[in-house]
Design a protein around this ligand. Structure first.
Ligand code: HEC
Ligand code: HEC
Ligand code: HEC
Ligand code: HEC
Ligand code: HEC
Ligand code: HEC
Length: 348
């Protein structure tokens, strides 16, 4: 079988991130997970006095090696390959060569044209676009200060902010990489791949899953817990959280299966939810319901990630949750506006 051509062991990440003093970091994380308030683990802990069960965490530790998407698609090119090329997770941060539309718009732009040849990557598409180039430093990108939005004509680009054009070396790593790239190490702010690879959701995949699919996270046979799903999607889709250890607004070295909320603090109070538009609120409300109300409704009850739609949400059990987007109930007129995608965290 041609599957025998695959490397016998997972690829090493581009560079091994040996962290000095990492055991100290993980002790801090452990301590914080015991003292943290508002964390996911808390209600369970108060019901079970004594030492809470130690949950795995990569806070302060190097990220593991993982099998890259190219290798997964070697076997999954029929079922996953076609949809993956256009999946927004894969394309969120993409090489400029892959987007002829934006590339052409950039070349003929009166002010940005002269910078076009420096641009290596594009971030975003539907509402706002950022331009990035490779840094001299490993695993990092520099981001241009200009915030662009698509104009009415195909390929037309409009500049949305009034700043001089400056390449910033720090901002992408410090503020964005954890959610728009794969396997970002919070300490160095270096990432392993642009865009979001399989690893971000399926975790470290054991290739023996080809014979027993329950070995891989999110497989049908595996029946992952609502908490695991909440953490997997929440690591990026909570845009109002903060890592207690790194202080950054993205999760600190989260690996699928880790206890995200021991380190990633999120305010799920009624006031915090009310302050968000329905787009963000339904995500936070789902996390709260999983934590406090032990609901089994998860992101995956409603979303199909590989098809990129939420069609099956119509069959989800009806509850007050539906009122976050519908006026009076199931399928009634919407208060949800698809266009409101902006968030201060994403810089627009
Ligand atoms: C905590 C994770 C997180 C961080 C940090 C983050 N983003 Fe985002 N970003 C998201 C998510 C999730 C979406 C998609 C939201 C949706 O579709 O509802 C998004 C959407 C976007 C979009 C819109 C893309 C489009 O198709 O229109 C842009 C542009 C963007 N982010 C830029 C940035 C920039 C620039 C930074 C850093 C300054 C950043 N983001 C930091 C999670 C994050
Ligand atoms: C953003 C999260 C995410 C990423 C990234 C992701 N997946 Fe998935 N995948 C899921 C979820 C969630 C499911 C469970 C089915 C569902 O509800 O969509 C799934 C299901 C699958 C399945 C089972 C078949 C199916 O369609 O249900 C395969 C195979 C798979 N993924 C492979 C991959 C491969 C290969 C990659 C990378 C090229 C990848 N996935 C990237 C979230 C993701
Ligand atoms: C050697 C070939 C091979 C490679 C490489 C491979 N897979 Fe699989 N995978 C399979 C086979 C075979 C199955 C079981 C058949 C099935 O159920 O679709 C499977 C099943 C799965 C499932 C569960 C499908 C379901 O229906 O629930 C997921 C999820 C998955 N693979 C993800 C991945 C990801 C992510 C990678 C890369 C990290 C990967 N696979 C790499 C062969 C492979
Ligand atoms: C590593 C970060 C990351 C993870 C993990 C992640 N997402 Fe996303 N997701 C994003 C970003 C970034 C975007 C926006 C892409 C853009 O517009 O450029 C996005 C877009 C989406 C969208 C809108 C686009 C579409 O394809 O419909 C949905 C829905 C979504 N994600 C659901 C999920 C679910 C469900 C999970 C968990 C299984 C998940 N995501 C896990 C970062 C992530
Ligand atoms: C009860 C169903 C339901 C649950 C649970 C749910 N969502 Fe949604 N979500 C929806 C619907 C419906 C939409 C609107 C989809 C559309 O515009 O077609 C949506 C929209 C989104 C979007 C914007 C999609 C886009 O294409 O612009 C993202 C991102 C998202 N949800 C992520 C999540 C995440 C992450 C979770 C879990 C924490 C979650 N959702 C839980 C039903 C749900
Ligand atoms: C995140 C926002 C969001 C949430 C939460 C949400 N919906 Fe929706 N709903 C939408 C959007 C957007 C549409 C229109 C697009 C579509 O049909 O998917 C829709 C359409 C529908 C439709 C089809 C209506 C028609 O006229 O064809 C039904 C039925 C429905 N929703 C039921 C529900 C139920 C039941 C719940 C609660 C379990 C729910 N929705 C929660 C956003 C949402």
């Amino acid at each position: 079988m041609n599957c025998g051509l695959l490397p016998a062991r997972p690829n090493r990440r581009l560079r091994n991130l040996a962290v000095s003093g990492s055991s100290f970091g993980s002790r801090i994380a452990w301590f914080l997970s015991l003292t943290a308030f508002g964390g996911f683990g808390l209600p369970g802990q108060s019901e079970e006095p004594g030492r809470p069960e130690a949950k795995p965490s990569h806070v302060g530790r190097p990220l593991p090696d993982y099998v890259t998407g190219d290798e997964c698609l070697f076997c999954h090119r029929q079922d996953i390959g076609p949809g993956w090329r256009v999946n927004e997770h894969q394309t969120t941060l993409r090489p400029i060569e892959s987007d002829e539309n934006v590339a052409a718009g950039l070349r003929r732009h009166p002010e940005l044209g002269r910078l076009a040849r420096h641009v290596d990557f594009i971030l975003g598409d539907r509402s706002r676009i950022r331009l990035l180039k490779r840094s001299e430093r490993y695993g990092r990108l520099e981001m241009l200060s200009a915030l662009l939005r698509p104009g009415n004509d195909p390929g037309a680009l409009l500049v949305d902010n009034e700043t001089p054009f400056i390449w910033d070396r720090e901002v992408f790593g410090r503020q964005c990489a954890g959610c728009h790239a794969t396997a970002t190490d919070s300490r160095t702010q270096e990432f392993a791949a642009t865009g979001i690879d399989c690893y971000a959701c399926h975790g470290v995949v054991d290739l023996r899953h080809a014979n027993d699919s329950s070995l891989v996270h999110l497989a049908k046979k595996r029946r992952d817990s609502p908490e695991l799903i909440a953490a997997t999607c929440g690591q990026c889709h909570v845009r109002t959280g903060k890592s207690r250890t790194s202080g950054l607004s993205y999760a600190n070295n989260h690996v699928v299966g880790d206890d995200l909320f021991a380190d990633f603090a999120v305010d799920l109070s009624p006031a915090a939810l009310q302050a968000q538009p329905p787009r963000e609120r339904h995500i936070l409300a789902n996390l709260r319901d999983i934590r406090d109300r032990k609901t089994t409704t998860t992101c995956l009850t409603c979303h199909n990630v590989h098809r990129g739609d939420a069609k099956k949400h119509r069959r989800a059990p009806s509850s007050e949750f539906c009122l976050i987007c519908h006026q009076t109930g199931e399928g009634s007129p919407l208060t949800y506006d698809r266009r409101v995608k902006r968030h201060p965290l994403c810089g627009y």
